[in-house]
Design a protein around this ligand. Structure first.
Ligand SMILES: *Cc1c(COP(=O)(O)O)cnc(C)c1O
Length: 395
C-alpha cells in the first residue's frame, strides 16, 4: 500500500441495493445506473464491472470523458448514455461507438443527423424535454421543428428515449413544481405519440422520484445516489420508512463505501499546549494525539477542523486543531493502546460503531453528493466482499 488512505467498496451491500431498487422499479423497467462524478466518487473503473455482475447493462454519464472511461471497462453489450456535455468534435465518436445521448437543442439534433448520415449509421437519441427545470431541454415551441428533423432523418436518427429531469424530487418543498413537470411531460409525450413517434424508453425518475413518486418510473429510471446506499434526503427515507410494512427493521439501502487509513504517528502533549497551526485548540490536560495522514488535499475538508471525528479501536476520536493539507490530528487519550499503524476509519464501520457520510460533516444528506464526488481519484478503490460492515450503530 503506497497510499496514505484507501476506499473500500462493499460488493455485498451493492448487490443488496441493486436488488432492492430493481424490485422497487418493477419487472421490465430499465435500471439506468448513473455513474457521473466518477461513479459518485466510487470509481468508474471499479464500479461498472461490479454493477454489471448484478445485472446492470445500462450506464449514464455526464460527458464524453466519462463515457470513454466507462467504455474502457464495460462489457461489449452494455449501453452508455451521455446526459450532458459532448463537444462537437467528439459527437462523431459518440455516434460511431453507438453511445446514446441526450439531445436538448436543435443544434445538437442537426449535427447528429449530419454525422450519422456521413457515417451511414443511426445515432441513438434521447430527446430531453423542457418541463420546468429550466436547465436544458427542448421547449414545446421547438418540438415541431425537432420532430421534423427526426422525420426527415429517420434512417439516421433513432429515437431511443424521451426524458426530462425533475427539479428536486427529494424535497416536499418542490411538490407542486414536480407535479406540474409530470403534467407537462405527459402533454409533450402525448404530442409525440400523436405524431407516431414511439421511443423505447420514457424516463424522468432519479432516485428520489423513483422512491417517492411511483408514477414517475415509466420505462426506465436513472438511479444515482440510492444504488450507492444513500437516501436522497431524510424526507425520502422517512416517506419510505412510513410506507414500509416492516418499518425497516433493517435499512434496505446500505452504504457501499468506506474510507480508511492508518495512524501515522503518536505524540503526548502536556496541558496548556496549542495543537497544530495557530491557536484554535489548546490542551487542558496531558493529551495523547494521533496524526492521521489525510488532509484537505485528500478531500478531508478544512471545515472539519476541531469538529470532525474518526474511529480507532471502535471508539470515536475527535479532530483537534486545524486540518492541514496532508494530515489532521485526533485526540486518543481515552482510547487505550493506540499505536502507530492502527486502522483509522474516516467513513465506515469499526466494531459496533459507524460514521456515515452525512453524519461526517453536516447533518444534511445533500452533502452526500458533494462529499462523495470530491473524493480524489488518486485514492485507491478496493473491492471487498464484506458482510459484517453492515450492522454498525451510527455515532
Ligand atoms: C444526477 C442525475 C440523476 C441521478 O440522480 P440521483 O439523485 O443521484 O438518483 C438523474 N438524472 C439526471 C439528469 C441527473 O443529472
Amino acid at each position: 500500500m503506497i497510499h496514505s488512505s484507501w476506499i473500500e467498496i462493499n460488493k455485498t451491500a451493492l448487490r443488496k441495493n441493486i436488488r432492492y431498487l430493481q424490485k422497487r422499479l418493477g419487472n421490465g423497467v430499465k435500471f439506468a445506473s448513473v455513474i457521473k462524478g466518477n461513479a459518485y466518487g466510487h470509481g468508474i473503473k471499479e464500479f461498472v464491472p461490479l454493477a454489471e455482475e448484478n445485472g446492470i447493462d445500462f450506464f449514464v454519464v455526464f460527458d464524453t470523458n466519462e463515457a470513454l472511461r466507462a467504455e474502457a471497462v464495460k462489457k461489449p453489450d452494455t449501453q452508455l448514455l451521455i446526459m450532458g456535455m459532448i463537444n462537437d468534435e467528439e459527437l462523431g465518436w459518440v455516434i460511431e461507438k453507438g453511445i446514446s445521448f441526450f439531445v436538448f437543442d436543435l443544434d445538437r439534433l442537426q449535427k447528429a443527423a449530419m454525422l450519422a448520415r456521413q457515417q451511414k449509421t443511426r445515432a441513438r437519441i434521447h430527446l430531453e424535454l423542457e418541463t420546468g427545470l429550466h436547465r436544458t431541454g427542448i421547449e414545446e415551441a421547438e418540438l415541431d421543428a425537432a420532430l421534423a428533423i427526426m422525420r426527415s432523418n429517420s434512417r439516421y436518427l433513432e429515437l431511443e428515449g424521451v426524458c426530462t429531469h425533475l427539479a428536486g424530487a427529494e424535497s416536499i418543498t418542490n411538490y407542486m413544481r414536480i407535479q406540474e413537470q409530470m403534467r407537462v411531460f405527459e402533454k409533450l409525450t402525448g404530442i409525440l405519440k400523436k405524431r407516431r413517434f414511439s421511443p423505447k424508453y420514457r424516463h424522468i425518475a432519479c432516485s428520489a422520484a423513483a422512491l417517492i413518486y411511483p408514477q414517475s418510473i415509466m420505462d426506465m429510471a436513472r438511479i444515482g445516489i440510492a444504488q450507492y446506499g444513500y437516501w436522497p434526503s431524510m424526507e425520502t427515507k422517512m416517506n419510505n420508512l412510513l410506507s414500509d410494512e416492516n418499518k425497516f427493521t433493517r435499512d434496505p439501502l446500505q452504504r457501499i463505501l468506506s474510507w480508511k487509513s492508518r495512524v501515522m504517528s503518536i505524540k503526548k502533549v502536556p496541558a496548556g499546549s496549542f495543537v497544530s497551526y495557530g491557536n484554535s485548540f489548546m490542551t487542558t490536560k496531558e493529551t495523547k494525539i494521533a496524526t492521521i495522514p489525510i488532509g484537505y488535499f485528500h478531500g478531508y475538508r478544512r471545515s472539519l477542523s476541531n469538529t470532525g471525528h474518526v474511529l480507532i479501536h471502535g471508539s470515536k476520536a475527535n479532530v483537534i486543531g486545524a486540518v492541514n493539507m496532508n494530515v489532521f490530528q485526533v485526540n486518543v487519550s481515552h482510547i487505550p493502546g493506540v499505536q502507530k499503524g492502527d486502522e483509522v476509519v474516516i467513513i465506515g464501520t469499526q466494531g459496533k460503531s459507524s460514521i456515515t457520510v452525512a453524519g461526517f460533516s453536516e447533518l444534511s444528506n445533500q452533502v452526500n453528493y458533494e462529499f462523495l464526488t470530491r473524493l480524489p481519484e488518486t485514492i485507491p478503490r478496493i473491492v471487498k466482499e464484506n458482510k459484517q460492515e453492515i450492522n454498525g450503530v451510527q455515532l
